[in-house]
Design a protein around this ligand. Structure first.
Ligand SMILES: Cc1ncc(COP(=O)(O)O)c(C=O)c1O
Length: 431
């Protein structure tokens, strides 16, 4: 029997992959805690929690036990006209940890659909209130919100969007604010708000994940949100990446003084068990849809909305998130990231570092394209040493599962430094 890796090539088309130049995939056979194991039993530390999903560790026994029990009771049922205990229990538990102004939750399937739902909710909110000329969506340059058409439109411009740009919804992008540009950004925002009919402002709060973990301060974002809120613009926080403890608080929005009107969640919502997303909103947004006319309802729905197994997994994840063990782990990882980045202050190979919650990014002092040769080489060197990280250009970031041990974290830190030294002495590079 040929290997999984060889059989893969016959029929499979992988996401974000140019198969001609990157023909090989790695077959992972099992995973546990912070570790992945390939088909030859080689172990890798999952330094990015499999795209920030498996934050409680792979195959967590508590989550698995809950899902198994639910499987024996109810697998799936239509969520239009029916309800069930796992969805109700999840709604109660999620609302209890969301910012106080969030009252209603709406299910969909993944991060991108949670964003599309948010955009449609915001547009129809204005439409239902007779303000249908509000059609423009504001977003941040360099933002990333997903790959469906709505989500792609509000993301920053990228070479990958080229074939689709003619089909985007109406969007204007502003720079992310910081101490050096806040007055300029506020001026630009005021100009757009006076010239255009702005429906919504969507942003990744505090950390822009796909932009290589770019971070901004809550106080500057708050300044923009105060302005948009005063103008009746619907503020949408995309917490698909930052949600559920990664920014140090349950949600990055908890660090803002202006709470968003709508929030998008996915990824670690279900701890990696299966895909699900939620878009939450305030009572005010919901009320604009609550009417005797059926036409004012929100006619959006996915077949697998609120799947009982996935809801059960999500509820178990929230219980874990609230546990002392996980809260302590978040503090521990945050402290260790700071010790690591403090030790890099005068490192000749490192340009800058940044930390927010359990997210740590190290920018290497080299000029390179986002998916260039340099990135591919350091990725290969990490994998050879049993560390799974996915550098974005010259930025190496760590976003580990909360259950990672100090020893595993130290291995990641040491490996990063070892790989940078190897890259700095090209003669020694061996893949
Ligand atoms: C902030 C943010 N929003 C949306 C998405 C899209 O999520 P999905 O890949 O589940 O569609 C991502 C994915 O990385 C993300 O980081």
């Amino acid at each position: 029997m040929s290997s999984i890796r060889d059989r893969d090539k016959k029929h499979l088309w992988h996401p974000l992959t140019q198969h001609k130049t990157h023909p090989d995939t790695l077959a992972i056979k099992r995973a546990e805690g912070a570790m992945l194991y390939d088909e030859n039993d080689k172990a890798y530390i999952d330094g990015i929690a499999s795209w920030y999903t498996c934050m409680y560790g792979h195959s967590h026994p508590y989550i698995i036990d809950k899902v198994k029990r639910q499987l024996g009771k109810l697998d799936h049922v239509v969520f239009s006209g029916f309800t069930h205990e796992p969805a109700v229990a999840l709604s109660e538990s999620l609302i209890s940890i969301l910012p106080d102004n969030q009252e209603k939750i709406f299910f969909s399937d993944n991060g991108s659909t949670s964003v599309d739902v948010a955009i449609k909710m915001a547009l129809q909110y204005h439409y239902n209130r007779g303000d249908e000329q509000r059609q423009l969506i504001l977003s941040f340059e360099d933002g990333f919100h997903g790959d469906t058409f709505g989500a792609m439109s509000v993301s920053g411009l990228s070479v990958y969007n080229g074939p689709f740009e003619a089909f985007f919804i109406e969007v204007q992008r502003i720079p992310v604010p910081h101490a050096g540009n806040i007055e300029q950004v506020k001026k630009q925002l005021a100009e757009i708000l006076s010239a255009e009919n702005v429906a919504a402002f969507i942003f990744e709060p505090l950390v822009q994940g796909a932009a290589a973990m770019k971070m901004h301060e809550a106080k500057y974002l708050d300044e923009l949100l105060t302005i948009t809120k005063a103008q009746g613009v619907v503020n949408i926080a995309d917490e698909v990446m930052t949600g559920f403890g990664k920014a140090g608080t349950h949600f990055a929005s908890d660090q803002l003084t202006i709470s968003p009107d709508i929030m998008c969640m996915s990824k670690s919502l279900t701890g990696g068990i299966s895909a699900m997303a939620i878009t939450s909103c305030t009572q005010e947004i919901y009320d604009a849809f609550y009417d005797d006319s059926i036409l004012k309802g929100f006619f959006h729905g996915h077949t697998y909305s609120a799947n009982p197994l996935t809801c059960t997994a999500a509820k178990a994840c929230i219980e874990l998130l609230q546990s002392k063990e996980i809260q302590d782990a978040i503090q521990r990882i945050h402290r260790k990231h700071h010790e690591f980045t403090d030790s890099l202050k005068d490192h000749k190979l490192i340009k800058s570092t940044r930390v927010c919650g359990v997210i740590c990014a190290v920018e290497v002092n080299v000029e390179t394209g986002r998916y260039g040769n340099y990135r591919d080489k350091i990725f290969a060197l990490f994998m050879k040493r049993g560390v799974f990280l996915r550098p974005l250009g010259n930025v190496i970031y760590i976003l580990p599962p909360f259950v990672i041990s100090d020893e595993q974290l130290d291995t990641i830190y040491h490996t990063i430094l070892e790989v940078l030294e190897i890259m700095n002495t090209p003669a020694s590079v061996e893949y």
